[in-house]
Design a protein around this ligand. Structure first.
Ligand code: NAD
Ligand code: UDX
Length: 444
């Protein structure tokens, strides 16, 4: 099939590359010429495991192209995915300007039937806005009767595992009120459904809602565990044992129960805010979800609280090593990363930082800009020298079994504050560390 992906970010690029892998002919469009230049020169603008191989293979096979040429992109696809950003507006609601602009650019150029697919995470009712924007543009061209369908197909991929998630989806949600479009979506996704039919077809509004409900549920689990972790510390329980104890109940399950330094990324924070705002606007305040967001804001400061508890509120002259800057492992994405809050809070109190991340150093440098109080170092051990404590913020694999003797020798005092519960508190004690994890009341 002929497919166009409008917006070549995490979602658009992964969607385009993985659909090309299944034999479709895909054109990826972006308004950012720099991104398209990098892709056309064989690079990948983001760090996403496995993506470069899929992109390279399909470009070489002539099934995947990148362009800034809107005419070409709109003409190419019969199925057009809109995968542009939906960042938070000032009031927390999803800013739909890019989605509507993409819809207009389709309406301004299409000359035959198209299935327009909302892949971006968008509030309930957005498909109607997309349909209206396309219609308005068609009418301006005197083509008001031209046929097209608008479908919702939210994306559930996780960064760092995006290719795998796209290739082996738990479910494919298709919101469609129109039979022709449903048939085309079924055909497009048939290769992903070979062992088991994973496609759930529903009405458009329920599909749009499903995406927010999924992210809200996952964020709720995390904030819930983070709050329990705070309590566990006070009452002398270990949240890691509690996690296993409750996760073994199949009604609860093990996934997304890890207490930590707070959730970040380009989805949970913005989607929770957007759902809270949309609900409030309709007169149904979401009390649970409002608390989820508040708990997360507090959680992002939990490591800072531990620093202040140990070293006092005035951190002038102190230096802290930070391991892990990206909002999660296997990505260079810094959007809403807890590390940024921690860096901000510690430096505001007078501290300096030496920070390391396996892949997000360039992105961190771009986001932070030039700073005298933050040194971005090229190796994990280089961050430690002369630091008052090590803070672990992202659970990259290379931090899991470090050389503890070397850490001890390099730090001014052997203080490790572990925001992802990577280390065994009993072992750390034996090794002579002052160790604090998250919610490990009994042992640390
Ligand atoms: P992104 O910021 O990485 O990429 C969006 C791209 O769209 C940018 O490259 C931008 O230049 C481009 N763009 C903007 N307007 C355009 C236009 N009119 N025409 C062509 N290109 C245009 O965003 P993302 O992380 O890929 O997220 C996209 C959407 O998918 C959001 O709604 C997000 O919530 C949702 N989503 C993201 C993830 C994720 O893990 N990142 C997962 C599921 C859903
Ligand atoms: C999330 C959703 O998982 C995905 O389905 C959706 O499409 C986009 O948003 P992503 O943001 O890429 O994916 O990463 P995810 O693995 O969900 O982690 C989000 C944040 O939650 C990270 O900061 C992570 O550290 C945190 N997290 C996750 C926890 O603190 N505890 C957990 O148990 C799981």
């Amino acid at each position: 099939m002929k497919v166009t992906a409008i917006g070549t970010g995490y979602v658009g690029l992964v969607t385009g590359a993985c659909l090309a892998e299944m034999g479709n002919h895909v054109v990826c469009l972006d308004v950012n010429p720099e991104k398209i230049r990098i892709l056309n020169e064989g690079g990948i603008p983001i760090h996403e495991p496995g993506l470069d191989a899929v992109v390279r293979r399909n470009v070489a096979a002539g099934r995947l192209q990148f362009t800034t040429d809107v005419d070409k992109a709109v003409q190419h696809g019969t199925i057009l995915f809109i995968g542009v950003g939906t960042p938070p507006d000032e009031d927390g609601s999803a800013d739909l300007q890019y989605v509507v602009a993409a819809a207009r650019s389709i309406g301004q150029r299409m000359t035959d039937y198209k299935v327009i697919v909302d892949k971006s995470t968008v509030p309930v009712g957005t498909a109607d806005k997309v349909r209206a924007a396309v219609k308005e543009e068609l009418e301006k061209r005197g083509l008001g009767g031209m046929d097209y369908s608008v479908v919702s197909n939210p994306e559930f991929l996780k960064e760092g595992a995006a290719v795998e998630d796209f290739m082996k989806p738990d479910r494919i949600i298709v919101g469609s009120d129109d039979e022709q479009a449903t048939l085309m979506m079924r055909a497009l996704y048939a290769p992903f459904n070979r062992t088991q039919d994973r496609m759930l077809v529903m009405d458009v509004r329920s599909a749009e809602f499903t995406k927010y409900a999924a992210n809200a549920m996952l964020a709720t689990r995390i904030s819930f565990m983070n709050e329990l972790a705070l309590l566990a510390e006070r009452v002398g329980a270990d949240i890691e044992l509690v996690r296993r104890g409750i996760g073994s109940d199949p009604r609860i399950g093990y996934q997304f129960l890890y207490a930590g330094a707070g959730y970040g990324g380009s989805c949970f924070p913005k989607d929770v805010k957007a759902l809270v705002k949309a609900a409030a606007d309709t007169g149904i305040p979401l009390k649970v979800l409002t608390a989820v967001e508040e708990a997360n804001e507090r959680q992002k400061r939990v490591l800072v609280d531990k620093v202040v508890e140990r070293f006092g509120a005035d951190l002038t002259g102190r230096r802290f090593a930070i391991w892990g800057l990206a909002f999660k492992p296997n990505t260079d994405d810094m959007r809403e990363a807890p590390s940024l809050v921690i860096i901000d809070e510690l430096t505001r109190r007078g501290a300096t930082i030496a920070a390391y991340d396996p892949v997000s150093m360039p992105e961190t440098a771009r986001v932070l800009g030039p700073r005298d109080d933050v040194a971005l170092v090229e190796r994990a051990d280089a961050a430690l020298q002369g630091a008052d404590a090590l803070l672990v913020v992202t659970e990259w694999k290379e931090f899991r079994t470090p050389d503890f003797d070397a850490i001890k020798a390099a730090l001014k005092q052997p203080v490790v504050l572990d925001g992802r519960n990577l280390y065994d508190p009993a072992l750390m004690k034996t090794l002579g560390f002052e160790y604090r994890g998250i919610g490990r009341g009994l042992l640390a």
